[in-house]
Design a protein around this ligand. Structure first.
Ligand code: NI
Length: 262
């Protein structure tokens, strides 16, 4: 059985010491493809480096809503400079999406308008490069959907670590996006997990770890790694009454489809 971790951060400093070893282990554990997601210019560069040196790793490039403080001082000029560099990076063959991009009103409430500008500009960049987008949205569901409805997102994309909110999930699917489930679906206190999983048809689900964060049950509280993506597959299999292999295969195919790896 092979698994596809659609979102992890081996570009995070928590993997500085032993990245090579961890990547070897997750491959051995059956994770034969994974996407290392950028969230800023420096982290996107590292993501591309990792992808270029590991056959089974792909990368995304982008600036997350929580990483725009250095752009904001001289917004239009700095944004253009950084986006030009993201664009150059994203021309690399191993780059499969622009992301993670979006809106986060949980960590940053003061700069909503700037977050929207940076999000929209990167949707335009994804369209220009014929890439899908990887969306980060937290406590910003209405505005996120509004932007997705009013901007044309030509190659669609993925709600990464999708909030377990049924309205968001239903609207997201209607707009043609994939839903990627992470550790929270396995948490014992997660109220909406079953309804959220049931709201997504099997051909629209991806699974991810968001490593090194958000380790699933029963690994909660430890440094996460891609081998744990099997717990998300198992949870979905339990809820949908399917075999683990069926979920592994479907999520693998779905990831290959949206990231155009077929
Ligand atoms: Ni992430």
């Amino acid at each position: 059985m092979e698994l596809f971790d659609s979102h992890a951060h081996y570009n995070d400093e928590k993997f500085n010491e032993d990245k090579e070893e961890v990547l070897k282990q997750v491959y051995k554990a059956g994770v034969t493809k994974l996407v290392c997601a950028g969230y800023s210019l420096p982290s996107s560069k590292i993501a591309v480096e990792i992808a270029n040196t590991h056959d089974f790793v792909y990368a995304t490039c982008g600036i997350s809503p929580n990483d725009i403080s250095d752009i904001e001082e001289n917004m239009s000029q700095n944004l253009e400079l950084q986006l030009n560099q993201i664009e150059e990076l994203a021309k690399n063959k191993k780059v499969v999406a622009i992301g993670e991009i979006g809106l986060d009103y949980y960590w940053n409430k003061e700069n909503k308008e700037n977050q929207k500008i940076v999000f929209k500009k990167q949707i335009e960049l994804a369209n220009k490069l014929s890439l899908p987008i990887v969306i980060h949205t937290r406590e910003a569901i209405f505005d996120t959907l509004e932007i997705l409805k009013t901007s044309s997102v030509i190659n669609k994309g993925i709600f990464h670590c999708c909030p377990l909110n049924l309205d968001l999930i239903k609207e997201g699917i209607k707009l043609g996006f994939y839903i990627s489930f992470a550790g929270p679906i396995t948490f014992k206190n997660s109220k909406n997990a079953v309804d959220a999983i049931n709201a997504v048809p099997l051909d629209k689900i991806l699974i991810e770890t968001d490593s090194p964060y958000l380790a699933p049950e029963p690994k909660r509280g430890t440094r996460n790694n891609s081998a744990n993506v099997i717990y998300m597959a198992q949870k979905i299999a339990d809820v949908k009454n399917l075999k683990l292999e069926q979920v592994a295969n479907a999520t693998y195919q779905n990831a290959q489809t949206i990231f155009k790896l077929l």
